[in-house]
Structures are given as structure tokens and as C-alpha cells.
Design a protein around this ligand. Structure first.
Ligand code: GAL
Length: 383
């Protein structure tokens, strides 16, 4: 018997409609997005799933009890749209909710898990984001997510199952066992510095729960939104988007693009498709990053964050994040804290520039401007 590949072996990568389009999503936007993912090289960079979030649903189920697409915004129906997306060499995702209604008040899957899972499978769905609104009192997360996971599995189709319960019942402790491949650890991200900082650097406590087959999900990317769209709340600078993307790559977190990929500027498309950053995110070992300046009580936790992660090839990725509002800071990493022999010489590679900075032992220090990041890979030189 041939072995089926592990679903979600590395963090899922794709695009989701919510951050930019919210309730305005249409089938033509989804088609154009699939086209743009091919044309801009995002598909070839590894972004695979095109996911429609809430508001694709019609007001009523059909005579057979099946969910249907909104007749004005998705007139061709979901199966045709999934075919189109598959035709572009991409995979197709959709959204529902564990309660009776979605968070946008549309029809959802509580008590209809089997028929909905079968409908999704029949349409060619490869990814299901499953929200947590309007659940009956007393219905707990593990039960509701397990039910839908079982229903999806019973269809025989490989479907990535994305739990969106906002981290309220510590899903990192149970969602993997409940059959989820990723689970939100936080409330909704918005497009500004405070949101990416607070969500991103709040990931230390659950970091060790993520790994091949099941990932912590600190929500979708706002990179490139530039203050436009459904969750736009001020926007970020280029440096802040770099901090956001570098941290999501390092954690590692799912990479679901939220901007309008039909209209990206060069900065955005180059950042999102950066091969060195994506390689760190998709590292086959899937080990978690850890925060080297310890817990939230550390004296400088609010200003400077040092994160590191062991990679499959024996190198170590280190992110130097300066989250102070004004001061440039010299940040240092010592080999000792990375479980490296201090005498071990390492090549220090700047990941953004793809350039060797130096060869050194003991420690490495670098100046980091406010609201910005330096990301290096330490490659031990073995003698
Ligand atoms: C929220 C969820 C968002 C989006 C929205 C749709 O609960 O966190 O990511 O899916 O619902 O209504």
C-alpha cells in the first residue's frame, strides 16, 4: 500500500478573501485572484490554496438540504469556481462555522456536518476554515471540531481543516487530536502595527504545540494591504510588514495572504515570494521557534524580541526584532543560548539580502532600527 502524504506537513500557504474583501467577495474576484497568483509567481513560490471566507452562502439551503452559493455574487456556483481554481494549478478552500450561523450571520454547519462535508467534497474543496460563532450553549469546541473533522474524513477527500476558535479554549492543547491541521491562537488581526506586534509576539506560550500536521495560526497576513480593505485600520510601513512576515515565517505560522494580489506593488510581491523566508517557513523539520528573551516579565520584553529556530539542515534562523517605537538597538545573540558550542564558527547569512555578513564564533550582534527586523541564518562550519 502506498503511504498517503501527511496533510499539513508544512504550514499551509495560500490566499483568503477576508482581510481585503469581507462581505463583498465575488466569484470574479476569486477567479482574478487565482489568475494573479499564477501571473505574479506566488503560486510557484509555494502559495497553494485560494480560500473564500464568509459570505459566499445563499440565504437558504436547497431542496436536498445542501448549502448553496449566493446567487448574485457566485452565480456560476462553487463547483465551477473550484474547477477554475484547480485549472490554474491551485487548490480551493471554503469557509463554514461550527454553530448554526457563521460570524457574518449566514447559514452554517451545526447539526449538518455530514451533508455539508459531503457537499464540500463533491464541489472539490481542499481546505475548510471552520469558525466558532452561534454555537449552542454547552456545545464545546473539541466536540464540534471533532465532528466536522470526522465528517470530512468520511468523504475520503484530503481536506485541510482550519479551526477558527480564536484561541479562547486553548485549542493548541486539543485541536490536533480533534483532527484540525491548524488552529487560530488569537482574535482577528487588523492592518496596523499594534495588531501584528501584539498577536505576533504573543505566540511564545503556545509555540511548542505547532509542528508537522498541526500548526498554531496567529491569523492571516496583512502584508501589502496598505490600509485598504475589510480589516484595514491604518496600515503599516514597509519595515513593519517585514517584521510581520519574518515573524510568521520564523514561528512558523501558516502563510495566508490577505491583500489584493491583483494589485500588489513590487515591495509586496517580492516580500511575499521571498525564497529565503519561505524556505524557513516551510522547513521540513517543522520545529517551533522560541523566544530567547524569555517570558513577558523580562525587563525588555516590550522593546526587543529575539527569536530562534533550529532548521532541518543544522542551521539556526535567528530573528532580531526591535519593537521599540524610537530607539535603534544593538541586539546580541550568544551561541550558548542556541545550544551551540561557543567555539563553533558559523557563517552568518542575512536572509533578506541573501548575503554572508561574516564568519564568527561566540556571538553575533547587529543594530536594528525601531519597528524593524534583521533575520539571519547561522550555518555552523563543521570541521
Ligand atoms: C471571524 C473570523 C474571521 C472571519 C470572520 C467571517 O470570526 O475570525 O477570520 O472568518 O469571522 O465572518
Amino acid at each position: 500500500m502506498t503511504q498517503r502524504p501527511l496533510l499539513g506537513a508544512t504550514p499551509p500557504m495560500g490566499w483568503n478573501s477576508w482581510n481585503t474583501f469581507g462581505a463583498q467577495i465575488t466569484e470574479s474576484v476569486v477567479r482574478e485572484t487565482a489568475d494573479a497568483m499564477v501571473a505574479t509567481g506566488l503560486r510557484d513560490a509555494g502559495y497553494e490554496y485560494v480560500v473564500i471566507d464568509d459570505f459566499w452562502e445563499a440565504d437558504e439551503r436547497d431542496a436536498g438540504g445542501r448549502l448553496q452559493a449566493h446567487p448574485e455574487r457566485f452565480p456560476s456556483g462553487i463547483a465551477a469556481l473550484a474547477d477554475y481554481v484547480h485549472g490554474q494549478g491551485l487548490k480551493f478552500g471554503i469557509y463554514s462555522c461550527a454553530g448554526t450561523h457563521t460570524c457574518g450571520g449566514r447559514l452554517a454547519s451545526y447539526g449538518r456536518e455530514e451533508i455539508d462535508a459531503q457537499t464540500f467534497a463533491d464541489w472539490g474543496v481542499d481546505y475548510l476554515k471552520y469558525d466558532f460563532c452561534y454555537r449552542p450553549f454547552g456545545a464545546d469546541g473539541p466536540t464540534l471540531y471533532r465532528r466536522m473533522a470526522q465528517a470530512l474524513r468520511a468523504t475520503g477527500r484530503d481536506v485541510i481543516f482550519s479551526a477558527c476558535e480564536w484561541g479562547i479554549n486553548e485549542p493548541w492543547a486539543w485541536a490536533r487530536q480533534a483532527g484540525c491541521h491548524l488552529w487560530r491562537t488569537t482574535g482577528d488581526i487588523v492592518d496596523n502595527w499594534k495588531s501584528i506586534r501584539d498577536i505576533g509576539f504573543g505566540q511564545a506560550k503556545m509555540a511548542s504545540y505547532g509542528g508537522p500536521g498541526g500548526w498554531n495560526d496567529p491569523d492571516m497576513l496583512v502584508v501589502g494591504m496598505r490600509g485598504k480593505g475589510n480589516v484595514a485600520e491604518g496600515g503599516c510601513t514597509d519595515d513593519e510588514y517585514r517584521v510581520h512576515f519574518a515573524l510568521w515565517c520564523l514561528l512558523p505560522s501558516p502563510l495566508m495572504i490577505g491583500c489584493d494580489v491583483r494589485a500588489m506593488d513590487t515591495f509586496t510581491s517580492e516580500l511575499l515570494a521571498h525564497p529565503g523566508l519561505i524556505a524557513i517557513n516551510q522547513d521540513p523539520a517543522g520545529l517551533p521557534a522560541w523566544n530567547l528573551n524569555g517570558d513577558e516579565n523580562h525587563w525588555d520584553w516590550k522593546n526587543f524580541q529575539l527569536w530562534a529556530r533550529h532548521l532541518a539542515d543544522g542551521s539556526i534562523a535567528v530573528g532580531f526584532f526591535n519593537i521599540h517605537d524610537e530607539n535603534t538597538h544593538k541586539m546580541v545573540v550568544g551561541w550558548e543560548t542556541l545550544s551551540l558550542d561557543p567555539r563553533r564558527k558559523c557563517r552568518v547569512i542575512d536572509v533578506f539580502d541573501d548575503e554572508e555578513v561574516c564568519i564568527t564564533d561566540v556571538s553575533f550582534a547587529i543594530n536594528v532600527a525601531p519597528h524593524s527586523v534583521k533575520l539571519v541564518r547561522l550555518v555552523p562550519i563543521l570541521d
